[in-house]
Design a protein around this ligand. Structure first.
Ligand code: LLP
Length: 422
């Protein structure tokens, strides 16, 4: 059974009978850093960012990587070195972005619950823009900026009420979602913003959902936002940038994920006649297929109804299958020539929902290494210490070198945060 790694090539590919990450055999990585561990390809990260940058040559545009998808400092640094900006959603992410060498003038701050402390930190840092998500947030931002003697640059995140046709947990642009301000209310809130002394209206923002495989909802949302921009202009409010959010999907299995070109060209066409700077906030598309989770088969437990392969990674390391019933390809690091059987790939956690894949045809034996593919986005970033499992190591491959970019946590470190009653 040969795995289909075509959409991961050339960064993840089987060479000389085993999976390689760039030029490094995955078995070497497992041996040196242990399993489970996340491994990323630097070249894959750069190639996915370049897909955007190439489409945007000659366009006044800024790609702000959505830090939440994978916030490892080394990952952020790879993007910062190539001129990317960042979309952050917390003071913690701001600290990370700065530690990774981000230019504050290329940072946008999204999120529905920004605290006064986070606002003050971002104002003092001098970020590009706050993506304001509600009327009360606007008032708070005005107050905080006033107390610092500063002016806060803002966009309003408007909710265009467009169906992104994606998983309900990651769809954000519908009326019933908690994000952004209702389309119908935007004009009035902009007018209020323009009247506030410590607010500077600079742009408009929308983000309709994640893992979109059909690019047409983006164009639909853009049409609605452009209409609003015209209404604002008629009322004397001129905007300088338009932030179209993130959300472009990737191929996990056999989905036809749109090219960056087919996603961007219709949008650029609509924006051509306007003098608006374009901001984008891609997350998954930049990192998803640039990472895999390496895991080892601990035990095989064939049964009457199902065969279980118990591996050393679990839902605390990669939550997406348990949380969204997400499908990740699972491939043997050293493929065997024997006939495959159907396996439930499960972790050691005490929950029936702790699975990484169902009914996978694999030829495996205890001790074998498996790679869970497309795990670069929302993998490590959403991991937890459930069952007192230390978070795993992260490794970045650069050509023929593998670098440890986050060492494995220890149980001692976890316990050190806690104390007994006196
Ligand atoms: N901008 C904003 C305001 C967002 O809320 C998000 C993602 C992004 C940009 C980046 O979206 P992307 O390009 O990655 O689709 N944990 C889920 C995905 C949650 C997405 C949350 N917001 C998953 O594992 O599928």
């Amino acid at each position: 059974m040969t795995a289909n790694l075509a959409h991961h090539a050339p960064f993840f590919a089987v060479k000389n009978g085993q999976l390689h990450v760039e030029s490094v055999p995955a078995t070497d990585i497992a041996e040196r850093f242990g399993t489970p561990c996340y491994v990323y390809s630097r070249a894959a990260l750069e190639a996915s960012l370049d897909e955007f940058l190439n489409e945007l040559t000659g366009v006044d545009a800024l790609v702000c990587y959505a830090v939440k998808a994978n916030s490892n400092l080394a990952v952020l640094n790879v993007f910062a070195r190539r001129g990317a900006g960042f979309d952050i959603v917390s003071g913690g992410e701001l600290q990370r972005a700065l530690a990774a060498g981000a230019d504050p003038k290329k940072i946008v701050f999204s999120g529905v619950g920004k605290s006064a402390e986070e606002m003050a930190f971002a104002l003092k840092t001098g970020i590009l823009c706050f993506n304001v998500e509600s009327a009360p947030e606007l008032e708070r931002l005005n107050d905080v900026a006033g107390s610092l003697g500063l002016k806060a640059p803002i966009s309003l995140r408007v909710n265009p009420n467009v169906d992104a046709k994606t998983h309900p947990y990651i769809s954000t642009g519908l009326k019933e979602n908690k994000f952004g301000v209702a389309y119908e209310d935007a004009l009035a809130i902009y007018q209020r913003a323009a009247a506030l002394p410590h607010i500077e209206v600079t742009g408009i923002d929308c983000h309709i959902g994640s893992q979109l495989l059909d690019p047409s909802p983006f164009a639909e949302a853009l049409d609605k936002v452009l209409l609003l921009i015209d209404q604002l202009a008629a009322s004397g409010i001129t905007l300088h940038h338009i932030d179209l959010g993130g959300g472009l999907g990737i191929r996990y299995q056999d989905e036809g994920a749109p090219t960056v070109n087919s996603y961007l060209q219709p949008l650029l066409k609509k924006l051509k006649a306007r003098s608006l700077k374009i901001v984008l906030e891609p997350g998954r598309r930049l990192v998803g297929n640039a990472g895999a989770l390496l895991t080892k088969v601990e035990f095989l437990k064939p049964g009457e109804v199902k065969n279980f392969a118990i591996v050393d990674a679990a839902m605390n390391d990669l939550a997406r299958p348990a949380l969204y019933d997400a499908w990740h390809d699972i491939v043997p690091v050293v493929p065997r020539n024997t006939a495959p059987s159907s396996w439930e790939i499960v972790g050691p956690i005490c929950e029936s929902g702790d699975f990484l894949g169902h009914s996978r045809p694999l030829a495996i034996a205890p001790g074998d290494l498996l790679a869970i593919m497309s795990a670069g986005a929302y993998g490590m970033a959403m991991s937890s210490n459930y069952n007192t499992r230390p978070r795993v190591a992260e490794v970045m491959v650069d050509g023929d070198q593998a670098h440890l970019i986050r060492r494995r946590e220890t149980v001692e470190e976890l316990l050190a945060l806690e104390s007994l009653l006196p």
